[in-house]
Ligand binder design. Sequence first.
Ligand code: GDP
Ligand code: IMO
Ligand code: MG
Length: 431
Amino acid sequence: MNKNIVILGTQWGDEGKGKIVDCLTSNSAYVVRYQGGHNAGHTLVINGKKIILHLIPSGLLHDNVIGIIANGVVVSPLELIKEIKMLETNNVFIDKRLFISSASPLILQYHIEMDIAREKKLGISALGTTGRGIGPAYEDKIARRALRIGDLKNEKTLSTRLEKIVSYYNHQLVSFYKHKPVDYKIILRDLLPTIDLIYDMIQDTTSILHNAIQDRKKIVFEGAQGSFLDIDHGTYPYVTSSNSTIGGVITGTGVGPKHLHYILGVTKAYSTRVGHGPFPTELFDDVDKHFSQKGCEFGSTTGRKRRTGWLDAVSLCRSVHINSLSGLCITKLDVLDGLNEIKICTAYKNINTSEIVSFPNIDEWENIIPVYETYSGWTKKTLGIRKLKDLPYEARNYINRIEEITQTPVDVISTGPDRSDIILIRDVFFC
Ligand code: GDP
Ligand code: IMO
Ligand code: MG
């Protein structure tokens, strides 16, 4: 039986989802983005050439694959066009291979200005957003005032509704945030030329996916962000504004759970986080330098330095539960090469009482410290290894321990940024 698979991040984003989606879609018919927007930065490296995608599904570099930007994604038409053009300059043509849901909410200039104005006003309490207007765009959706992709098809109502929304935003931007206003005529002027370019892509993507399921086509669902950036299950309020956990696939596409056959949790072999918020295993020492430099831990979207730390198996176990993971993909194993010792956080301890505590509430994070298990590192290079048996004994031991702690099989291991740097232990489409 052909299976549909979901590939999502189990940590705070940037786990290497883009690379894994690219690797696993070569024999698929469809690849689907279901939440988030251009806050995502998914890096693909193919024969040494790097491409970073923000909105366009990562599997589209295979020219047999059809891409869907489903209803759960917030879409900036200007960014979308920019990305299509960037791909064209790289000889990737997605003409007639990309469909966008008419129900996807739009991201327009006022969302971006509002995101920036709010962060500025929050000062040291800022969330550290990507400044892409994601929060305000999802707020408009929930408040039932969003302009959506389908609205681009009717220029007259688009213009009337845009004028109203802009006056609503300008009132807040100027009066409350003391920020510059936006001009609806300029927004409309910039938006109109994009409509012709994407008009034919605007579709009922739920129907496309249902037909694909009936035709028994393989579908890969590509998550953005990570489970602890999820609006409900993440380290609120230091989260994004969508459901990056498994539920986001269902509401964000209109495909029901019985059609999701395998859920792969992409997990970096250590931890990173960009932006503010709890991070129990965060390091500030030479190991942080090692992860930063060897792992090139700088944001794919904003270029910010990512915070780094040891693997946090407490939160990973929670990710396994909240996403019903079928298996794990451990990425960036090669970044651990050369470390004398490697640690895994296996419990959280109350800093005052030394008692082991369960998963903290938002006001409890600062009272916990990690409890570690320590393992020997390895000196041999794992970069580019493609067979499990070729990994050093200590690296296999590390993988085995992750399986034991999480009670979840590691089915894929990534050993470098390139598409070909991968160990496929089980075929996730057929296991
Ligand atoms: P995503 O947002 O989850 O798709 O991840 P990003 O693309 O933002 O960040 C992952 C970074 O790690 C990118 O620079 C990738 O090229 C790189 N990467 C992915 N897998 C591996 C790996 O196994 N080893 C190394 N060294 N780099 C990797
Ligand atoms: P990918 O898909 C890492 C973080 C931001 C900030 C918080 C809220 O590449 O893994 P937002 O702009 O979404 O309102 O910011 O979420 N964030 C990410 N961190 N990877 C991402 O995406 C992220 N998308 C958002 O840094 O802390
Ligand atoms: Mg990223």
